[in-house]
Design a protein around this ligand. Structure first.
Ligand code: MGD
Ligand code: MGD
Ligand code: SF4
Ligand code: MO
Length: 726
């Protein structure tokens, strides 16, 4: 009889970094629980962490490379054959059509995998293509553009000091369900309760009365896409009433006068009809924020995936700055991680080149994914002919997924580094599946940098990798080595690089990063090393967040730019929209569609775990009772939802948790496409909201997709859920 062993590691599924205690007997997982000794998560865990065991044993998870046959079946091939064929096909297409004919798309789990974080960038550089895409542009790109413009680095992202704030203004985020984003903070309910228990206040601004709003002191419905106006009006009040106090930030902040002049045009009374929030409420909110002993405004996905995404993120930062709450205890602060991503990744640049067809700007070398389908479908020099997807499912997660789905079918060649044959990877010619997350070591390089407390923790592998499998990073290294070997001399260099990286391994690279990072003392001395981190299996507490400015600023003059031109360029568009109110959709009798994250989903890819999907169908359309009455819709009835891009049919759930004029559908569903090999998910397919989001709707500054606030019409129908292109 094998005995039980306990393994400790950090869950890599979402950003919360929960400590897990995994009990293993032989090769089996007995149970997964929260690790109470983890100094950061203190035992908190959500149902997805428990479902890691289902991923580990999932019979649909690929364990060796497969090639699609002419008949549409999949055959097993060797790793060597797979690497040679993928590299050979990509190189051949680049030789015939130019480097830009090959595109890459990197999805969300890549950021949760240390091996990929380390090795993917150099693989991509080897391709020398401008067609680089990722989930960033359906997510946090506006945060990065704003941070780059204001603080000088796209990754210098302020994090709410939830532990010490006394006023927490949450806009377009639902951390009680999402477990926090660009704010790594496991156990948000407990943290919000603690905040209120110490006399602090929580205010949530959201078109839906969310699970987070239920725990708040106040919830304000806001019309989707109008947050920038609310923030401008709050700033207007602060300037008009002489409440602007930058404190120590004044010594290194430029642009206060410019901002003051901009906000003059946006008094609360003017923006109230547009936002749906009364002028007195806006005034009171601004005053409360300014007079709290420590306050922080935090805006997340709901503020970035909208047409004024970058403006909204800019103004969130601006509100924190002009009230002196940036870089101060209880405000918005900059964590200090043991591995500093700012040193490792580019600070960013915006619009150094544009996408070929629509002219959307690059940021930090990436183009907005809203342009991907048209770049594949539009003939001409630079047309995309081949694609490599890495840990991404853009058919379900990017706007107008139907169009992209059709575009992928036209590619000359597609490869996917992925664990499943899903809605996207079914179009691949070759799939290269990496080891499962319990089969490799990990370090949350990005999320320690976004955490509400400084900690460090290493996650060893729980199981040895199965025979003849490869880790993500090894896959990229093999592809890179082949692609970089165009001449004999290059081949020798590439082999040398490969040798060094294989020799160091992930541990070697991590050890060096710690030694030369903020807590290290180089090769000698008693600073942080990997050995020290490994000796603390539950993690090491490095203390609360500390003020870091102006030293940490990356702007050339080491000053904060409160109103840089990169951001103020959007002000005329904001003014024009205000003139045009009421906004066109409402005038045309249309509703605005928003999303809805759910605790037991993780974007599109964890619906193959029975324990996460069983029970009542979750892919429902929330409709306010007033709208339901108007359209003759009752709960449970099928409703056709139509947009410019297409139409889908989903069951209605009539509820006043959404504001009138707004409907909500979760994303990441729609698993019934032909060829998808997800046996459980296919039984709970749902429909994909992104079949009707619109790739033409973007935040104009960054090109980020505006997935929220899509104008739609409704029609009650008989029958079951279906999805159809327009
Ligand atoms: N309408 C709407 N759309 C949205 C959003 C929204 O709120 N509303 N949210 C957006 C956001 S924030 C994001 S981040 C995107 C996510 O968009 P994507 O990243 O494109 O989608 P995911 O569903 O996360 O897909 C993850 C893929 O990675 C694979 N995978 C899982 N683990 C591993 C691994 O260890 N290695 C490899 N190589 N592959 C792995 C899975 O099989 C799956 O194919 O969706 C966006 N789309
Ligand atoms: N369980 C679970 N957890 C997850 C994920 C998941 O899919 N499932 N995904 C992970 C990922 S990739 C990310 S990026 C994070 C995202 O983390 P969050 O940003 O917390 O994600 P959401 O729950 O989508 O919260 C967005 C909120 O914005 C609201 N909203 C929509 N439009 C607007 C608007 O115009 N204005 C305002 N003010 N609000 C608006 C929505 O109603 C919603 O409540 O979650 C991560 N965690
Ligand atoms: S909250 Fe996120 S990190 Fe924590 S257990 Fe759930 S999925 Fe894992
Ligand atoms: Mo995301």
């Amino acid at each position: 009889m094998a005995t039980d062993r306990q393994h400790y590691r950090t869950c890599n599924l979402c950003e919360a970094m929960c400590g897990l205690e995994i009990t293993v007997r032989g090769n089996d997982i007995v149970r997964i629980e929260g690790d109470r000794q983890d100094p950061f998560s203190q035992g908190y865990i959500c149902p997805k962490g428990v479902a890691l065991q289902d991923l580990h044993t999932d019979p649909n998870r690929l364990r060796h490379p497969v090639r699609r046959t002419r008949g549409g079946n999949w055959e097993r091939i060797t790793w060597e054959a797979a690497f040679d064929e993928v590299a050979g096909r990509l190189r051949d297409i680049q030789e015939r059509h130019g480097n830009n004919a090959v595109a890459t798309y990197q999805g969300n789990p890549a950021v949760h995998n240390f091996g990929t974080v380390l090795s993917f960038p150099s693989f991509v550089r080897t391709l020398k293509t401008r067609n680089i895409y990722s989930a960033s542009s359906v997510d946090q790109l506006p945060h990065m553009v704003a941070a780059h413009a204001m603080f000088g680095h796209g990754l210098l992202l302020p994090v709410p000091d939830v532990e010490r704030t006394q006023f927490f203004l949450i806009m377009g985020a639902n951390p009680v369900v999402s477990n926090g984003s660009l704010m790594t903070a496991p156990g948000m309910s407990r943290r919000l309760q603690a905040l209120r228990a110490r006399g602090g206040r929580v205010v949530v601004v959201d078109p839906r009365r969310t699970e987070t709003a239920e725990l708040a002191d106040q919830h304000l419905f806001i019309r989707p896409g109008t947050d920038a106006y609310l923030l401008l009006a709050m700033l207007h009040v602060l300037f008009a009433e002489g409440r602007v106090r930058l404190g120590r930030l004044a010594a290194f902040t430029d642009g206060v006068e410019t901002l003051a002049a901009i906000v003059r045009d946006f008094p609360p009374a003017r923006v109230a009809p547009l936002t749906g929030i009364a002028a007195e409420t806006i005034e009171a909110l601004a005053r409360e924020f300014a007079t709290a002993s420590a306050a922080v405004c935090y805006g997340r996905v709901g503020l970035s995936i909208q047409t004024f995404g970058t403006s909204a993120q800019w103004l969130v930062n601006a509100l924190n700055i002009v009230t002196g709450n940036l870089d101060r205890e209880g405000g918005a602060m900059f964590p200090k991680a043991a591995l500093d991503p700012l040193e490792r990744f580019t600070a960013g640049h915006l619009g150094a080149w544009k996408s070929r067809v629509r002219g959307l700007p690059e940021f930090a070398g990436e183009l907005p994914v809203a342009a991907l389908a048209e770049e594949i479908l539009t003939p001409g020099k630079g047309q995309i002919r081949a694609l490599v997807t890495i840990a991404g499912n853009p058919v379900l997660s990017t706007p107008n997924g139907r169009q992209l789905d059709a575009a992928l079918a036209t590619l000359e060649f597609m490869a996917a580094v992925d664990i499943y044959i899903n809605e996207t990877t079914r179009h691949a010619h070759i799939i290269l599946p990496p080891t499962g997350s319990l089969e490799h070591e990990n370090y949350a390089a990005i999320f320690h940098h976004l955490a509400v407390r400084n900690t460090v923790k290493y996650s060893p592998a729980v199981f040895a990798p199965a025979d003849d499998t490869r880790h993500d990073w090894q896959i990229f290294l093999e592809l890179e080595t082949r692609l970089a070997s165009r001449t004999p001399l290059e081949a020798i260099r590439a082999q040398l690089r490969r040798g060094v990286r294989l020799g160091l391994g992930l541990d070697g690279m991590l050890d060096l990063a710690f030694r030369f990072g903020p807590y290290g003392t180089g090769l000698f001395g008693d600073g942080l090393t990997l050995a020290k981190v490994k000796a603390a299996p539950h993690g090491i507490d490095l203390g609360p967040l500390q003020p870091a400015l102006p030293g940490r600023l990356w702007t050339k003059n080491r000053r904060i730019a409160l109103a840089p031109e990169m951001l103020t360029q959007d002000v005329p568009r904001l003014q024009a929209q205000l003139q045009a109110q009421p906004m066109p959709p409402a005038a045309n009798g249309m509703l605005l569609l928003i999303g809805r994250r759910q605790l037991r989903s993780n974007n599109s890819w964890m619906h193959n775990s029975e324990r996460l999907v069983r029970g009542k169908a979750r892919c429902t359309l929330l409709v306010h009772p007033d709208d339901a009455r108007r359209y003759g819709i009752t709960s449970g009835q099928m409703v056709k939802v139509m947009s410019r891009a297409g139409e889908i049919t989903a069951p209605a759930e009539v509820s006043d948790e959404v504001m009138p004029g707004v409907v909500s559908l979760p994303h990441g569903w729609g698993h019934d496409r032909p060829g998808v090999q997800l046996d459980v998910a296919r039984r709970y397919p749902g429909v994909s909201i992104n079949d009707i989001t619109d790739e033409q709707m973007v935040d104009e500054v960054s090109g980020n997709a505006a997935l929220s606030g899509v104008p739609v019409r409704l029609a009650p129908v008989a029958g079951k859920a279906v999805s159809r292109p327009a």
